[in-house]
Design a protein around this ligand. Structure first.
Ligand code: NAD
Ligand code: AKB
Length: 319
């Protein structure tokens, strides 16, 4: 179905989520009604599929002009510094993750945008949160700068909704696994790298220990969740900070076994680094009852179906 009235801007469109989300939004709204933007050069998979504008989200004036000039009605803000990169430069991560959101929320307020999407993360939770089936509402004391910025961002979203009626919606994504575009510096990136290495070298050195369970999700589920949240009637969106979103939960040992079932000579060794400490503070699994009740969320992929799809789609790159 093509919906014509909306004009969408995706900021950070060349990242792991942006490439696939932009592609999907173009199917829904029509290619010319979805403008992709990023600091980087246009991603190969986006080339020729619709308009692309180079834009730094930190430059509020430029962003504002872009939004007015193109009659933008909805913004998807995906630009951010992720957990592992953030720990290397906390001041920069705080600055980019916060200021980008504030720029977008302010412009959304001034220009009365119809909707804004901004993702949070399971990284908002910390060692004092329950680790199994982590509830929506619980102790939230993040210890990484990434988690701190996501938690502060959630509060800003709720604030702009409450005080300025900005229809901003958000999901706490788990670690996302995909084959179309590379992950951008997170702790869960191992679960993408492992598929590439299994096909390329049949050997992978994992930076998390074998028992590190984390909440994860296959990208098609994440894209569908994002669109279902954004398409849901306003009155169904009862959580204006960010929704817990569950997909699957597995450890390095389990994803290794699931790949080895298809590539019997695949081997894995462990060399733990600083990302282990980040992972140790995150949930093992997520309770997403509110998302299921408010806008009918239901994941489709599990570890086995994701592995089959990942290997099938990646194998042509390495054979
Ligand atoms: P990514 O790093 O792959 O992509 C981010 C994109 O933003 C990059 O293409 C980058 O060039 C762009 N960008 C960075 N600074 C910019 C700026 N100043 N102006 C314009 N563009 C800029 O990240 P991603 O994995 O696609 O994540 C997107 C969002 O989803 C982030 O907010 C992230 O925290 C969140 N998230 C991602 C995951 C995941 O597993 N991928 C999980 C939870 C939450
Ligand atoms: C990261 O590992 O930083 C991200 C996330 C879970 O937010 N993938």
């Amino acid at each position: 179905m093509t919906i014509v009235k909306e004009k969408v801007l995706v900021i950070g469109a060349c990242g792991q989520i942006g490439v696939e989300l932009t592609t999907e939004l173009r199917k829904m709204y029509g290619a010319n009604n979805v403008i992709a933007s990023d600091l980087r050069d246009e991603h190969e998979l986006l080339k020729g599929t619709g308009p692309y504008v180079s834009c730094d989200v930190m430059n509020k004036e430029m962003l504002h002009v872009l939004i007015i000039r193109h009659n933008i009605t909805q913004v998807y803000l995906l630009a951010a510094i992720l957990s592992a990169t953030g720990e290397k430069n906390p001041a920069l991560a705080w600055h980019i993750n916060m200021q980008s959101l504030l720029n977008v929320l302010e412009i959304a307020k001034e220009e009365k945008l119809t909707k804004v999407y901004w993702p949070s993360s399971i990284a908002v939770f910390g060692v004092t949160s329950p680790r199994e089936n982590t509830p929506q509402h619980t102790i939230i004391e993040p210890t990484t700068i990434y988690g701190i910025s996501k938690f502060a961002g959630e509060r800003w979203c709720e604030y702009y909704h409450k005080h300025f009626n900005v229809d901003v919606r958000s999901l706490r994504y788990p670690g996302l696994i995909s084959y179309k575009s590379a992950p951008g510096g997170g702790t869960t990136d191992y679960a993408v790298e492992i598929y590439h290495e299994a096909l390329r070298d049949k050997d992978y050195e994992c930076f998390l220990n074998e028992e590190t369970y984390l909440p994860m999700m296959y990208m098609p589920d994440a894209i569908r969740a994002t669109i279902e949240l954004m398409e849901a009637p306003k009155e169904n969106i009862k959580i204006r900070s960010s929704y817990n979103l569950g997909g699957m939960s597995f450890s390095p040992k389990e994803i290794y076994a699931s790949i080895k079932a298809h590539i019997p000579d695949f081997t894995m060794t462990y060399k733990i680094d600083f990302r282990q400490e980040i992972a140790n503070g995150w949930p093992k699994s997520i309770d997403d009852t509110h998302a299921r009740e408010d806008w009918n969320w239901k994941p489709e992929y599990n570890l086995e179906t994701m592995t089959v799809d990942m290997l099938e789609n990646l194998k042509s790159q390495y054979l």
